[in-house]
Design a protein. Structure first.
Length: 301
């Protein structure tokens, strides 16, 4: 099963858990890594470096397997977070949410492996030129932050593979063994999975959030315009009102709002990001069950 991705991550399987904001709790991250994949802490809504340190240390107590973290470029504290991660021995990070031009040199100096999440071929080529060790080609089916020019996973992944020499990891619309196998057929050397891990027992997402994912149909998500970017989210009452222009995005995409909606279940407080793959998810499983179903039926040749 060895690939360039598993060799880089130090994992059994070429599967990365997506960065799902405040619900990337240590229990979830540790369970993903213990199951042979690569757990990922999220820092997009974090405000203090010491919070990152506590999260890393808590995860270390739950697993001895490799795990990483996501650095969200729009968060101005990301350079400080990177230093803390390096001090704590985290060796690989994903970078998303903007141009990695200023962050990559710092990460390189810290001795870290860098995986850049990209929405287009142009951005992928730029990230490789800056020194990215791998690319996550994330199709517009994915949940959360989206650019203004979405490209489907089916088109984006092979286009990026044709354009770069570093390993390419597919993301967007992947939540079971069929999606995993399809990503490999496109030429990807691994997958990044987000929404499927929301509907797991180890995730601290509120039961209403998990219920929304499980009950979502194929048209159960929509794109909400946030101005500089868009967010693919479950079509809750709030999301529909925002899509119709009846509500503005003020105070919707903040740490306080996300915690209230994602963890506490206040569906009027914030959006519930989810990818279109939610339409294929019908049960809340353990992390181990999700990964075993995804991998074992489709062993890499």
């Amino acid at each position: 099963m060895a690939s360039r991705v598993t060799e880089m991550l130090g994992t059994r399987y070429p599967v990365i858990q997506g960065a799902m904001g405040v619900i990337c709790n240590p229990e979830l991250v540790g369970a993903v890594s213990d199951a042979g994949a690569f757990g990922l802490l999220a820092t997009a809504f974090t405000q203090e470096p010491e919070t990152v340190r506590r999260q890393v240390q808590a995860t270390k107590k739950l697993t001895h397997k490799p795990f990483g973290a996501n650095l969200f470029i729009m968060n101005p504290m990301s350079p400080e977070f990177a230093k803390v991660l390096a001090e704590e021995g985290v060796k690989t990070v994903t970078v998303s949410g903007g141009s990695p031009k200023t962050l990559i040199p710092l990460l390189r100096d810290l001795g870290m492996k860098i995986i850049v999440v990209v929405p287009t071929v142009r951005v992928a080529k730029g990230a490789e030129a800056l020194g990215a060790d791998a690319i996550v080609a994330e199709g517009a089916e994915s949940g959360g932050v989206q650019g203004l020019y979405g490209v489907s996973t089916l088109v984006l992944v092979p286009a990026v593979i044709d354009a770069v020499k570093v390993p390419v990891i597919a993301a967007g619309g992947i939540g079971d063994s069929r999606g995993y196998k399809a990503a490999l057929a496109l030429g990807a050397e691994g997958v990044q999975v987000g929404t499927r891990f929301i509907a797991t027992k180890e995730c601290i997402a509120h039961p209403l959030y998990k219920k929304g994912v499980v009950e979502s149909g194929d048209t159960g998500t929509g794109l909400v315009d946030m101005g500089r970017f868009r967010i693919r989210a479950l079509q809750t009452k709030l999301a529909v009102e925002m899509i119709k222009g009846e509500k503005t995005p003020d105070n919707i995409f903040t740490p306080k709002a996300m915690d209230a909606a994602w963890v506490k279940g206040d569906l009027e407080a914030g959006l519930l990001p989810a990818g279109q793959v939610a339409g294929l998810i019908s049960t809340v499983l353990s992390v181990k069950e999700v990964i075993e179903e995804m991998i074992e039926e489709n062993q890499i040749p």
